[in-house]
Design a protein around this ligand. Structure first.
Ligand SMILES: Cc1ncc(COP(=O)(O)OP(=O)(O)O)c(N)n1
Ligand SMILES: Cc1ncsc1CCOP(=O)(O)O
Ligand SMILES: [Mg+2]
Length: 514
């Protein structure tokens, strides 16, 4: 809704048009508006008088035309497209309308609003007015005092109920919100560039993009124009302050870290100052902040686990029953052949025996510099000093397993669909199992996820993942071709006469098909 003009404001615009026409200017400029404001006896001229701004001074400073006597009649509307107001003047009038709008649905655009508009829009006149001591903060207070507030709420097409802080408080909040919104937008772009171009992670990139869109939607509750009007980069004391730490970044990862923090801080600022404008706005930014924390965790955890599991591409699931010549020799051979993670997978073994077995596996893997993972049982992972635990979709949840093993140990999760894989990333798995790819002699499956699932994961997930299920020396090339760089096997190594040869064949096939 366009705010109506008070008769005095209408006269000011008419007179400004007259002054411009008389001076043969092609458009009404801010200087014409200023003269007109001073010539009309009004709130604006009263305010300007308080700052010792007089018509004679203005005529000397902006001497190109002569002022004309007051017009008797009101021009139909000085705001129609036919009236040649130049860009800064048109913006100044828009600003005036906005300010009046903030003050309530029924408030009219007065001369004091026009003066405000003239001051906030960049022009020779606003610069000069500032030099004369007419400062925005002081002016907003004067406008507040002069107009008071209408009880009627601001008409807006968004759901958010804006509160009615006084104009200067609102202006200050807007200024902060404008700066913080820019900071968050820029920061999230930097993060997105890292995840997209350096991590190459389509899933996390999509999550960041969706966050960015929801952030933009939350910000759009505030008219962009309102935000831009509050911007005053030139007089922002912060633009010249920067620390040595900010000027120096040794790596892209450092850039990432700094910008993750930057976004969180900016959104926190938006949350706090947003509350001044509308309670709901603070709540929306709070939700966005929490979502960003989760995103940060997924991004950093992916990087951390890529580093932790770097080069560990062959993962062996061991069951005593599968090892023809005993688990000890089989494990040692497998380790010599290139296996770098060993999972103890015993479904029937009594706990006491399992703990004992686990402690031996711990020792063998430690000697070989390999990792040892306990299947299904976080409690026994802790007891046997395992490097981690692996849980399936039907077993203890990732969250519960994590509560038992803590943050240092790895928690691996089995996934059978792309949705489960995405969810495991977001929930904080350290790696995922991707399968079953083929039917297996180790475990019966009614449904196979197949090579298509391997392709899906390869296309979008960079958290370490292991293709699993029926993988052998005969079909490993297909798995690698589908995008797997890591595999987990059981019988293809465990039940072979020579587990070392079996393992090294798989390792060679993996690296040949990269
Ligand atoms: C590395 C790895 N991936 C998948 C599995 C399968 O786990 P789960 O679905 O829980 O089945 P069980 O192994 O418990 O029968 C795994 N163990 N390891
Ligand atoms: C436990 C499990 N979960 C998915 S496949 C699988 C068994 C893997 O063993 P194998 O490599 O012998 O098929
Ligand atoms: Mg399991």
């Amino acid at each position: 809704m366009q705010q109506p003009l008070t008769p005095a404001a209408q006269r000011v615009l008419d007179r400004a048009t007259e002054i411009a026409t008389t001076g043969q200017s092609s458009a009404v400029a801010p200087r014409h508006l200023l003269r007109s404001l001073l010539l009309e006896e009004s709130r604006a001229s009263e305010i300007l008088g308080g700052f010792d701004v007089e018509i004679s001074t203005v005529e000397t400073v902006f001497p190109d035309e002569k002022s004309v006597p007051p017009v008797e009649t009101t021009v139909e509307s000085a705001l129609t497209e036919t009236v040649p107001f130049d860009e800064p003047s048109a913006w100044a009038i828009q600003e005036a309308r906005h300010l009046a709008g903030i003050q309530g649905r029924h408030s009219e655009v007065g001369t004091e609003h026009l003066l405000w508009g003239l001051l906030v829009v960049d022009s020779d006149v606003s610069a000069w007015l500032r030099e004369q001591g007419v400062q925005r903060e002081e002016l907003t207070q004067l406008v507040d005092e002069k107009t008071g507030f209408s009880a009627a709420p601001l008409e807006t097409d968004v759901r958010i109920e804006f509160s009615q802080p006084n104009v200067s408080q609102r202006h200050n909040a807007m200024r902060i919100i404008d700066a913080a919104a820019n900071r968050a937008r820029e920061g999230v772009r930097v993060v997105e560039d890292y995840v997209r171009f350096i991590s190459d992670d389509a899933h996390l990139s999509a999550l960041l993009k969706s966050w960015r869109h929801d952030f933009a939607a939350a910000i759009s509750a505030i008219a962009p124009h309102d935000l831009a009007a509050a911007r005053d980069t030139l007089s922002d004391v912060g633009t010249t302050i920067s620390t040595t730490a900010e000027a120096q970044r040794d790596s892209a990862a450092e850039v990432l870290q700094a910008n993750l923090k930057r976004v969180q801080e900016a959104v926190r600022t938006l949350e706090e100052y947003g509350k001044i404008l509308a309670a709901d706005l603070g709540g929306q930014f709070e939700q966005l902040r929490y979502r960003f924390y989760t995103l940060e965790k997924s991004i950093l955890s992916t990087l951390h686990n890529q580093a932790r599991l770097a080069g560990r591409n062959l993962y062996l699931l061991v069951s005593e029953a599968l090892c023809h010549h005993g688990s000890g020799p089989a494990i040692r051979e497998a380790l010599a052949g290139g296996v770098s993670i060993v999972q103890l997978r015993e479904k029937e073994m009594p706990d006491r025996q399992l703990v004992e077995f686990g402690r031996r596996v711990r020792q063998w893997t430690r000697e070989a510099g390999a990792l040892y993972i306990m299947n299904d049982r976080p409690d026994l992972a802790v007891l046997t000093d395992a490097d981690g635990v692996h849980v399936g979709q039907e077993e203890l949840s990732l969250k519960d397993a994590r509560r038992i093993v803590g943050t240092e140990k790895l928690v691996g999760v089995s996934t059978h669909t792309i949705e489960q894989a995405r969810q495991a990333v977001v929930e904080g798995a350290d790696y995922i199992g991707v399968g079953p790819v083929f039917s297996s002699t180790t475990k019966q499956f009614t449904d196979l996820a197949g090579l298509e699932f391997v392709r899906q994961v390869a296309a979008e997930i960079t958290l370490p993942w292991y293709a699993i299920g029926g993988i052998t020396a005969d079909n490993i090339a297909q798995v690698a071709e589908a995008g797997a760089t890591r595999v987990a096997v059981s019988s293809a190594v465990c039940s072979k006469e020579n587990s070392q040869t079996a393992a090294s064949q798989l390792m060679t096939a993996l690296s040949n098909n990269r």
